[in-house]
Design a protein around this ligand. Structure first.
Ligand SMILES: [Zn+2]
Length: 319
């Protein structure tokens, strides 16, 4: 069969012959062959031009699609509406750029539950439910007379802590002092003042060992002085005992903090007492332990306490 070359091949070269209507090949005149070549060149030019134009249009479309969009001004049709839109945009921008840290919020809520009691933050409240320690605690713990009560939650936490100490092989703790009624605490202070009337005049410059009832955590039933068989009284020898070291490392797990730490006396107003532990709850105790701050510094880091109930000038020197 005498097939015609494909259309795109036809102008490739000036054929010397081409089939006529009857299929018989006839020679093509030179002039016509030249016109074939001319048309082929023309066609090739048009294709190249079409290719270039197509590529240019495609490039332009891509540029329009991918060009970074600029902020468009909101047309001010109604000034009130548009100002609302603008302010809501600003608000959402402020919120998204300064979100409330959930961890900070959690820590703040925990801290806000902790009551600060010191010379500048007096307490006149009585405990709500005192629990006897001598019957509650294990026999391995010695409970001194006059050190028999703590608020229930603190008492249960103390038992948990001493049970853990037992399990760790420490069976020589002494509960030297826990809840004290206000009259007893105030008498300690008054006796001290009888010896030195200037005692406690500036507790942050000259930290004290005894405090008046209003500044005492012992009157809340949330504080306990813990000593041991080898050092039964509150002296600096205690801090180096295994018992003191175990408490310093573990008390926070049970909700207790070392309330008057070493190096913080100018903040607490009380000397370093390795034996005085305050119940604040497990979460707060863990946060305070991790922070390395004393209670005053920890609360201050959250802007707490929010209100100062009474200035230091209200200090009561005698009952
Ligand atoms: Zn104490």
């Amino acid at each position: 069969m005498n097939r015609r070359p494909a259309r795109h091949n036809r102008p490739q070269s000036p054929y010397r012959s081409a089939p006529d209507r009857r299929g018989v090949r006839q020679p093509i005149p030179l002039v016509q062959r030249r016109s074939f070549a001319y048309r082929h060149r023309q066609q090739r030019r048009r294709r190249i031009i079409a290719l270039i134009v197509g590529a240019a249009i495609l490039g332009l479309l891509l540029a329009i699609l991918l060009w970074p969009k600029e902020e468009q001004d909101i047309p001010v049709v109604n000034p009130e509406i548009s100002s609302e839109i603008i302010s809501s945009e600003i608000t959402s921008e402020v919120i998204s750029s300064d979100p409330i840290d959930p961890e900070w919020e959690r820590a703040y809520q925990v801290a806000a539950q902790v009551r600060l009691i010191n010379f500048d933050h007096p307490n006149y409240d009585e405990p709500t439910k005192l629990v006897a320690l001598d019957t509650l605690l294990s026999d391995t713990v010695t409970v001194n007379s006059g050190a028999n009560y703590l608020e229930e939650e603190a008492a249960l936490a103390l038992k948990e802590m001493f049970d853990a100490a037992d399990a760790a092989g420490i069976t020589t703790y002494i509960v030297n002092s826990a809840y004290r009624d206000r009259a007893t605490q105030q008498s300690f202070w008054d006796n001290r003042l009888a010896q030195n009337p200037e005692y406690g005049d500036d507790v942050y410059a000259n930290p004290v060992k005894t405090v008046p009832a209003y500044a005492s955590e012992h009157c809340t039933g949330l504080a306990v002085d813990i000593l041991c068989d080898s050092v039964p009284h509150g002296t600096s020898d205690y801090q180096d005992t295994a018992e003191a070291k175990w408490l310093a490392e573990n008390a926070h797990k049970y909700g207790f903090i070392l309330r008057y730490p070493d190096g913080k006396s100018s903040v607490t107003g009380v000397i370093y007492e390795a034996w005085h532990y305050r119940y604040v709850g497990k979460e707060a105790a863990a946060d305070i332990y991790q922070s390395g701050l004393c209670l005053e510094e920890y609360l201050a880091s959250f802007g707490l306490p929010e209100a100062n109930p009474a200035p230091a000038s209200q200090k009561i020197k005698s009952t």
